[in-house]
Design a protein around this ligand. Structure first.
Ligand code: COI
Length: 356
């Protein structure tokens, strides 16, 4: 059986005709919310099973002021993307991976979570209901944001008695204002993103609030974002506020190993597999700050950032530049390989994409 036929067999829905497109300027998408038509909502009691749920018009939701998520941050989010192909069909990239990651995070945060099947089905329903918001080929993607939150009322510190699984979507373009041009990072020496035994390895909302201070200071100084070091030795790379990091030296690609303080990125995992399939040696291990400063190339990966080349790193006042501020060869090669797969422009031998 050819790989196309194999993938076809694992797909649950059929290719549909392209819908009419929403009337917006598709050439101007950044990474900001564009309100769309529908969101998906399902509910669960604390130790129960999520109800089937359904679609509602996109808009504000009602929540008790003493909801667990509002008071104690009991919540998780996910991020994945849908791309429109030239033939009008829509591709999702590895949605089951997001479903599994949400389940792992939910366990850490004492929350019930939707099954993988429920998660993927809800994502498909939400994307199809908002099909006119999936950008035309080459203009961006539909960013899908699943949320899992303790929506029931609490006052004392305890898991909430009720949970809401919600999905909303927004068309997006590039995450960084630099577009695909290399970004400039500063290594943070005072604040830390995560600690051993903490929640750095799951996609809980608090991890992202915690980096806003360092990020704001960095942005005010003109940097694109912040790269965090481990909180114990202040020596090993962890991740950037919104993405994982890779260093390239002598054609060997290294990235910090997943050890509880780093988010197990789905783009990170995919890039490792793509790089290995292209003959690169990839090492997941402790990566010291000195190696970063001596690297040939540095790049970041994430659903939102995709593969983002790093043009410079500043550490303790010293600035190191990579690749004459152009996109490095390895970063470019991996970016092209991954996005071709995500957009359905190359053969999906690994069956990573799901056709809507
Ligand atoms: C993503 O890449 O989807 C993320 O969750 C990062 C977020 C800060 C945009």
């Amino acid at each position: 059986m050819g790989s196309n036929a194999r993938c076809e067999a694992s797909r649950t829905s059929t290719i549909q005709e392209a819908s009419e497109l929403a009337d917006i300027n598709w050439d101007n998408l950044g990474f900001g919310l564009v309100p769309t038509d529908y969101m998906y909502i399902a509910k669960s009691p604390i130790d129960g099973v999520f109800t089937e749920g359904g679609l509602q018009r996109f808009g504000p939701i009602q929540m008790c002021p003493s909801a667990g998520i509002l008071n104690y941050g009991q919540g998780l989010f996910e991020g994945l993307k849908a791309y429109r192909k030239e033939d009008g069909s829509i591709l999702l990239f590895r949605p089951e991976e997001n479903a599994w990651r949400m389940r792992t995070g939910a366990e850490r945060m004492c929350m019930p979570s939707p099954t993988v099947e429920h998660f993927v089905d809800a994502v498909k329903k939400t994307v199809l209901a908002n099909k006119r918001w999936v950008p035309p080929p080459g203009k961006g993607s539909l960013y899908i944001r699943p949320l899992l939150m303790g929506s029931g009322a609490v006052l004392g510190l305890a898991p909430a008695p009720e949970y809401t699984f919600l999905i909303f979507v927004s068309p997006v373009g590039n995450y960084f204002k630099e577009g695909l041009a290399p970004i400039n990072l500063i290594v943070e020496n005072e604040f830390h993103r995560a600690i051993p035994g903490g929640t750095g390895g799951v996609k809980t909302i608090g991890n992202y609030a915690a980096v806003l201070k360092a990020q704001s200071i960095a942005k005010a100084k003109g940097y694109s974002d912040v790269l965090y070091l481990d909180s114990v030795h202040k020596k090993y790379l962890e991740e950037v506020s919104s993405c994982n990091v890779f260093v390239v030296k002598d054609k060997v690609i290294s990235t910090p190993a997943i050890k509880g303080t780093i988010l197990p990125g789905i783009t990170r995992k995919s890039i490792i597999e793509v790089a290995q399939s292209q003959g690169f040696q990839v090492e997941e291990r402790l990566v010291a700050i000195d190696e970063l400063l001596e690297a040939d190339e540095v790049f970041c990966t994430g659903t939102a950032v995709v593969v983002s080349p790093v043009g410079s790193i500043t550490y303790l006042g010293k600035r190191v530049e990579y690749g004459d501020e152009g996109v490095g060869i390895v970063s470019q090669q991996l970016y092209s390989a991954l996005t071709s797969l995500q957009m359905g422009l190359s053969e999906d031998k690994l069956c990573w994409t799901v056709v809507e």
